[in-house]
Ligand binder design. Structure first.
Ligand code: NAG
Ligand code: NAG
Length: 327
């Protein structure tokens, strides 16, 4: 028993040494219109990889419009760059609060945005922030960023390879015609999984919600690929144009709606895929459609071109974030 006890202590000590938690908390400091350093962390000698585990910020309202960047392993261009409200799945800087899931949320009336996505790196991670170009002065910020070295990431039985990277694929304020395909993710080669997606749409009416999601789990797969949803609201775990109103679930949320005028509205929603990852093995495309069509029998999601339009979808202005692990 004595020997086993020593062995246990030994093992636990080794693990404790390896799981080095690092990070920063900056209280009432300044964010500038130029890129402002927040955190740089390089792995300790002997560590194999690290992972960011937490991001939180608040401060001047301009913080909400600021751009934050993650430079992974000495990148010159950051592979992850976001604004906080889209990071938290709330399009159009929706200020509804408090709400939260284990992954994302907003815990204060102003700011209080957080995110717990795991962001792996192999050597180093650098985090910066930058005010929007319309702001001339420095603004007050509180920010917390944290991570842990050698901490594996797993999703309900699947362990992320230690060389996996998290990438953010974005569409920002792009205009799409009715029935246009919106390529939310486009990854030509490699393995990976879709972790999370937030869609924010400004449109003439709600008929864009007819659009189905299609996953192409290898890049060259033909239409219809994997039909991921039977309409837009169905993908976000609601139905019938979200007729129960807004919600913030763990796995999905209907996070914003505003009728701007009689012929203009804003809408957003988020979806987490940690419980039902969509894996790919040889590149990946993830596509949404701005409205949709049915075939002669009245079936949707299976007609690529032609077909009968459902309702009267209009042009839409689309912002999309898709968080994808690749390896
Ligand atoms: C998209 O448009 C909105 C509304 O005009 C604006 O607030 C936002 O900054 C724009 N985003 C980008 C990335 O240009
Ligand atoms: C919006 O629609 C209502 C009802 O049809 C109408 O009374 C109102 O004048 C419209 N407003 C505008 C700004 O067009």
């Amino acid at each position: 028993m004595h020997v086993w006890f020593l062995l246990l202590v030994c093992v636990l000590t080794t693990i404790a040494q390896d799981l080095n938690t690092f990070g920063i908390g900056l209280s009432s400091q300044w964010l500038y219109p130029t890129e402002t350093e927040i955190l740089t962390h390089t792995l300790a000698p002997g560590s194999n990889f690290g992972v960011l585990t937490h991001f939180w910020t608040t401060g001047d309202p301009a913080i909400d419009q600021s751009t934050f960047s993650y430079y992974i392993d000495g990148e010159s261009e950051p592979s992850i760059q976001f604004v906080t409200y889209m990071l938290a799945g709330a399009g159009f800087n929706d200020q509804t609060s408090p709400w939260g899931t284990k992954w994302i949320g907003k815990g204060a009336q102003s700011g209080g945005w957080y995110n717990n996505f795991r962001v792996p790196f192999q050597k180093s991670i650098r985090v910066t922030g930058k005010l929007p170009s319309t702001v001339m002065d420095k603004k007050i910020i509180w920010i917390i960023v944290r991570g842990t070295e050698n901490l594996p990431t797993s999703f309900h039985g699947f362990q992320l390879p230690s060389n996996a990277r998290l990438t953010l694929q974005k569409i920002e304020n792009q205009t799409y015609d009715p029935l246009a395909w919106v390529r939310v993710v486009d990854i030509p080669t490699g393995h990976g999984l879709l972790l999370s997606h937030t869609l924010a749409v400004s449109s003439g009416n709600l008929n864009f919600l007819e659009g189905c999601y299609h996953a192409y789990t290898s890049h060259e797969q033909q239409f219809p690929g994997l039909i991921v949803s039977t309409g837009t609201e169905d993908y976000f775990d609601s139905a019938f144009y979200f007729n129960a109103g807004q919600f913030h679930f763990e796995v999905s949320g209907y996070s914003h709606f505003r009728q701007v005028s009689n012929n203009s509205l804003e809408w957003s929603a988020y979806r987490m895929h940690d419980l039902d990852p969509i894996f790919f093995t040889n590149g990946f495309r993830f596509e949404w459609r701005n409205g949709d069509v049915v075939d002669d029998r009245g079936f949707k999601c299976i007609v690529d071109q032609g077909g009968h339009v459902v309702g009267s979808p209009t042009q839409s202005i689309v912002t999309s974030y898709a968080w994808v692990y690749v390896w």
